[in-house]
Write a protein that binds this ligand. Structure first.
Ligand SMILES: C[S@@+](CC[C@H](N)C(=O)[O-])C[C@H]1O[C@@H](n2cnc3c(N)ncnc32)[C@H](O)[C@@H]1O
Length: 283
């Protein structure tokens, strides 16, 4: 154990991984099925040829800057475990704000219907369904891989019968009359030209479809602002996560897209504008 951790730490540090030691411990703990503290207590243990090989394969993938979560296959979000892997965005902690605000917005409504565009791993859709037993989600993702992950997460957490999943482009697969209390989305919002400058874990390994918001980063957001109203009940809300520097642009777009009443912006823990709450007129 001590020798493997030492070796992996050197390999990962040389590859520019800042948390080299921690990552080595997480990966070895994952392969052995041990909590990390046991690695310290049993430094002399020999995992054997096969497990050593499996560990070194994961270290090699991490050396190529694959995200740690893809290698362990999981990410915690809203205190729940979500399966993740290549082809799906790893849910970020700041998106928990979106879940929190969504629950607040439907607090007074019985049997609320939430429409999520782009569920990815299912982090938001499944957390909402777990949080409230009378809540239903209809979720649409363009990525077949993402749909598979959302399906798996909804089964894992026992809410599959309240999370309806459709594959397609934004609102296209929905019945024309479908009207929700809330539309939520954490859409792709990174400007295409800046994608390659992101950290290697994101730029090289996370799905472009989940990140690429077109030339100015606002292409999907623009469409959401124009189309979401058609699938909201009067007095319903659109809850949109966006980049910390997109606040003003979204304010201007929403004012022009028409049909929205009120625009509230919530900041993340770092004080940056993150969440946009738009209300659909009630008459
Ligand atoms: C930033 S990820 C968000 C995933 C998840 N909701 C989260 O917050 O962790 C955006 C998601 O939108 C999906 N997506 C991108 N363009 C789409 C489109 N035109 N229609 C439907 N889904 C789309 C992507 O496949 C991806 O799963």
């Amino acid at each position: 154990v001590a020798a493997l951790l030492g070796l992996a730490e050197v390999i990962l540090r040389e590859a520019g991984v800042e948390t080299a030691r921690l990552d080595a411990e997480v990966l070895l703990g994952h392969v052995l099925g041990w909590p990390r503290h046991r690695l310290l207590a049993e430094r002399e243990h020999d995992p054997g040829w096969e497990l050593r090989g499996r560990f070194l394969d994961l270290v090699e993938r991490r050396r190529r800057r694959e995200p740690l979560q893809y290698l362990t296959g999981r990410q915690e979000f809203w205190s729940l475990d979500f399966p993740v892997g290549p082809g799906v965005l790893i849910p970020r902690p700041e998106t928990e704000l979106l879940v929190e605000e969504a629950l607040r917005l439907v607090a007074g409504r019985p049997d609320p219907l939430v429409l999520e565009i782009g569920p990815g791993s299912g982090a938001v859709a499944v957390s909402l369904a777990v949080a409230r037993a009378d809540l239903r989600v209809v979720a649409v993702d363009l990525s077949e891989t993402a749909c598979g992950y959302t399906r798996r997460a909804s089964l894992l957490h026992g809410v599959a019968e309240r999370v309806d999943l459709l594959r397609g482009d934004l609102f296209a697969p929905l019945a024309p009359g479908l009207a929700a209390d809330l539309v939520v989305a954490n859409p792709p919002y990174v400007a295409a030209g800046t994608l390659d400058g992101l950290q290697p874990e994101v730029a090289r390994h996370e799905p472009r479809l989940a990140l690429d918001g077109g030339a100015d980063g606002l292409e999907v957001i623009r469409r959401l602002l124009t189309e979401a109203g058609r699938h909201l009940r009067p007095g319903g809300h659109l809850l949109l996560e966006a980049g910390f520097d997109q606040g003003e642009a979204i304010r201007a777009l929403a004012a022009r897209s028409g049909g929205w009443r009120g625009h509230r912006v919530l900041t993340d823990l770092a004080g940056h504008p993150r969440l946009h709450v738009l209300t659909f007129p009630s008459g």
